[in-house]
Design a protein. Structure first.
Length: 244
């Protein structure tokens, strides 16, 4: 990417004051978007055949909460990659390789993701919403959380690597101090997310049957940690602007 001060000044700025260097979609970004769309399609077409009665329709609709939660999680990771692409607009070999790895993990991650949310809603509703596997034991749930946790950590790790790659290209991208601060903050944020996922995976691996399903509750920590992290970073960003 060849940038000049004049060209940089013409780029749009997002709400965080970050210049959008990737407004023109690259081929790898287009491919990544298509792969995420395919992953969402897998969530839908993997349901059983089209309902042939009202009872079948109601049974199929009971899978909607698990699908909706899975859809939201896939979209979260897609948007994270989209935001990275818009901010930096990189299209070099590391970007391509990391994006392809991101796509690969996503496609593997789809089914454990759906099973995790299927188990969650079955547990919340006392079995009224169905669990899609034949066994619903603590060991089965623990094993599912291990597979899910590995995928969750892997996707977070790829985003960490993408932001680290962008930080290394900061001079080439002409990142200003605020943009460098935001880039470092994103790396720290995804490290926290990956850390929570790793903690959950370790809990799921514990040889204590009744504790293994607790691995799912570990992810609730993100609802506490991430707002606190965002608050701290917002204060630091304000101080950075005042000192500039």
């Amino acid at each position: 990417m060849n940038l000049s001060a004049e060209k940089l000044a013409e780029l749009p700025v997002d709400s965080d004051g970050f210049r959008q260097r990737g407004m023109d979609m690259t081929r790898i970004e287009t491919f990544t978007d298509a792969a995420f769309a395919f992953a969402l399609t897998l969530l839908v077409i993997s349901f059983d055949e089209v309902p042939r009665s009202i009872d079948d329709l109601i049974a199929a609709l009971k899978n909607v909460p698990a699908f909706a939660a899975s859809f939201a999680q896939i979209c979260m990771f897609w948007y994270a990659h989209h935001a990275w692409s818009r901010r930096y607009g990189l299209d070099d070999l590391p970007t391509v390789l990391l994006s392809l790895l991101f796509v690969f993990v996503t496609l593997v991650y789809v089914f454990p993701l759906r099973l995790v949310f299927s188990a969650l809603f079955a547990w919340i509703t006392g079995g009224w919403l169905p669990f899609e596997m034949t066994e619903f034991t603590t060991d089965v749930i623990g094993d599912i959380f291990v597979v899910y946790g590995v995928g969750f950590v892997a996707m977070s790790a790829v985003l960490i690597l993408l932001y680290t790659h962008a930080l290394r290209r900061s001079d080439q991208l002409m990142l200003d101090p605020r943009e460098r601060f935001t880039t470092v903050s994103e790396i720290q944020a995804w490290l926290i997310v990956a850390g929570v996922g790793l903690t959950s995976t370790i809990v799921a691996l514990l040889p204590i049957g009744h504790l293994r399903p607790v691995a799912g509750m570990v992810y609730a920590l993100l609802s506490i940690i991430m707002p606190l992290f965002a608050t701290v970073k917002a204060r630091q960003a304000r101080r950075l602007l005042q000192d500039a």
